[in-house]
Design a protein. Sequence first.
Length: 510
Amino acid sequence: MNDEQATFIQYYEQLPVAVYLCDRNDLLIAYNKAAATLFEIEPLKGNDDWYPTLTKYDQEGHLINTNYKPLTTGLRARKDIVRQEIRFQLSSGADCYILVSSVAVRDKDGNYDGSIHTLSDITTQRRYEKQQALLAAIVGSSEDAIIAKDLYGQITSWNRGAERIFGYKPHEVIGKHVGLIIPNDKLTEEKRIIRAIRSGKTVEHFETLRKTNAGVIIPTSLTISPIRDARDRIIGASTIARDISRQKKAEEQIKNYTLHLEDMVARRTAELNLSLQKEKELGLLKSRFVSMASHEFRTPLSAVKLSASLIGKYAETYHDLNIIKHTDKIKNAVNDLSAILGDFLSLEKLESGKISISASEFNLAEFCREIILEMQMLAKPGQKLIYTHSGRFEMVTLDQQLLKNCLNNLLSNAIKYSGEDTLIRLDTELNSKECSLSVTDQGIGIPEADKAHLFSAFFRASNTGTTQGTGLGLNIVARYVGLMNGAIKFESQPGFGTIFTLRFPRLSVS
């Protein structure tokens, strides 16, 4: 290095830019302080690769090796200045972008005598450019309108979304006032928006109306934010505008549908209230009729039964079997009618909530023996009713009248649907936890298809034939059992009989 070159380096020593001096063979002979700290690695003097430990790439991303020297090659080809951007990969893995500017040093005859190189770190600039490119790509591809304007409302940027929504090409609106897309009656909004932006505020999700190139007014949702320069000064506003026509149309449809539904509900409610009122009145009328019929019909029925008994008694002296036969038919018919009236009266009381539980402690075995004696008198010829009790206890707490009605109904059905010369059993079991009562017959049984409906009101099994019945008995029994916190179940096989079992929690022990 001659005196002139040494002076040259000394001159650049205080500069913030990295400076390198190479001889005519492109070997590094001197560098300044900035070069020594650029990569936090000392450059290698006497070598044509100043930083051999760092990987280097050109602008196209190709790896730069020691034989690739476009700068010095360019200088040797009589070019005075050569520039190239190089990407250095640091030891941390991060990239550092450097702009290399090279100047040729020539002797008095103009021959190549070396070179001076300056390296400027442009990493921040490249990152910013990448961010700007990414932002531009996002803005360009957005379905929403993204519009930039200055603080006087002049449009400075217009993306594809804005072109699609408002129908203007960028060259038709850039430089013009944003009022171009604002309806006349909404222009005062723009003044308020600009005042808010000047004060640094952001306007979010502001719903208003805007105007397209075709003059169509569309509902729009706006978000307006301040645009700041490098010194953090507010220089304009960025507006994101979204066409919410579909949303508003959907909201209107939902509103209309809601109003329609409310109207339908109101009308239907009025109809239901009227129907319920009529049903209530009809229910009261039915209740009164059932109650009246049940009581009023019993008086003449009792008279008919008494008269039939008297006729039979007076006819005994005649020994006329036909008279006895027909008086028995009359009495049986009266009993059937009385039973039907009893079922209807029980159903009416259940539905109107007139039945209340009156539980008392009693001897279950004695209670059942009395019922068996009474029902035996109604049995068919040859039918035998027997009762058995098991368990150490006999005292229970239940409603005697409701339990009696249940057992009478089950035993009556067993008699009715079983043939002559059959056995009907009533079995009770009482332990420390529950009380169970079972009625077993050898009757016609219940068809499989009918079992699911057996406890429904007015339902009769398909195999009952001409046997009299209302289809209310088992429904009433199930409801009585439920009132006493019990449960009823049955097992049946057509042609082989049925077992009905009632189970109750045992409330008291004696």
